[in-house]
Design a protein around this ligand. Structure first.
Ligand SMILES: Cc1cc2nc3c(=O)[nH]c(=O)nc-3n(C[C@H](O)[C@H](O)[C@H](O)COP(=O)(O)O)c2cc1C
Length: 308
């Protein structure tokens, strides 16, 4: 050991410390010498300890700086749900909606539930357009979907918050050409003619879908809150069902109307339950009542499932 030399290295110092510790703890001198001579081992150990101490320090600095781990991306609702084995081979319809105060969501739900009752072998999904894609590019799903596509929008001259990202991406992509030839769609919009831009966003989306190759199942429905939006909605649905029959009804399917009537009571209960989950107001329930008068079910029966 060369502690007395001109300049002791840190390794020499460490060796000296280990040697004195071994003395202090009663190790025999041979063992102490072995430690001291095995400088390479000590060097490796000291590096490992230094790295570990460094990692712990970095971890605490990182935690104290308040950074949170990156959030996992939002699930792609439709893609993941529709790719299940059970769904394979079945026809699928997606009801997308954009909404500000959830009225449109309620109407979309009514449509989806009624459609499920009419076409029990078809898979209907109700999807908030903003939750479909985490990245704009994922809206590319439109080009590969051959399923009927029903889109709900409302206008404010501007899109609703939850449709803003989709609307920006879609309206800025006019150079895409006719890339939506496999898509069939219908649009119904909830608006109010008192506003300058009556149902503007829906009209733009409808026109653009058509321009880009998608085929109308039914012409755009422009609901007017100022006149009677439930009647507009009912009238649009009456145009929709015959067209969906052509697309969705199985060739060997018979007695659809009887099946539909059997299902209807259950469907009404489900709709009222889901409406209640959206809003507890009786106003929402009464909207559903009106929306269903054209199904020829008496008001008395519907009132049995009213929630207060
Ligand atoms: C702040 C505000 C702005 C609106 N702007 C428009 C508009 O520009 N054009 C239109 O047709 N309707 C407009 N409406 C009417 C809504 O489209 C209508 O009330 C619709 O039922 C709301 O649906 P939601 O609850 O799903 O957002 C507006 C409503 C509000 C409250």
């Amino acid at each position: 050991m060369q502690i007395g030399s001109e300049k002791a290295s840190s390794l020499d110092l460490l060796s000296a410390i280990v040697a004195s510790l071994s003395d202090g703890y009663g190790l025999d001198s041979d063992t102490g010498d072995a430690f001291v001579e095995n400088r390479l081992l000590i060097a490796v150990m000291s590096i490992v300890i230094a790295v570990l101490v460094g990692c712990v320090a970095i971890f605490f600095i990182w935690r104290s700086s308040g950074r949170k781990p990156a959030e996992p991306p939002k699930p792609l609702v439709v893609k993941t749900q529709m790719d299940t084995e059970e769904d394979q081979g079945k026809k699928k319809v997606t009801v997308f909606f954009g909404t500000q105060t959830k009225t449109t969501e309620g109407f979309a739900k009514v449509l989806a539930e009624e459609a499920k009752a009419r076409y029990p072998n078809v898979i209907f999904k109700l999807v908030d357009i903003d939750e479909y894609a985490t990245e704009d590019d994922e809206y590319d799903f439109l080009k590969v979907r051959a399923d009927p596509f029903v889109f709900f929008r409302y206008g404010d001259g501007e899109p609703t918050d939850n449709a803003a990202r989709f609307y920006k991406w879609f309206t800025e992509g006019k150079e895409r050409g006719t890339w939506l030839e496999n898509l069939q769609f219908g649009v119904f919009s909830l608006g109010n003619q008192k506003y300058e831009h009556f149902n503007k966003v829906a009209v733009v989306v409808d026109e653009l879908l058509h321009e880009q190759g998608a085929k109308h199942i039914v012409q755009v429905g422009l609901g007017d809150d100022d006149q009677g939006i439930e009647d507009d909605f009912s009238a649009w649905r009456e145009l929709l069902w015959p067209e969906l029959n052509k697309l969705l009804q199985d060739e060997n399917e018979t007695g659809r109307d009887a099946l539909y009537k059997d299902n209807l009571k259950t469907v009404l209960v489900r709709i009222f339950q889901s409406m209640k989950s959206i809003s507890n107001t009786t106003c929402v329930s009464s909207r559903a009542n009106v929306a269903f008068t054209n199904l020829k079910y008496s008001r008395v029966e519907i009132d049995e499932v009213r929630f207060e």
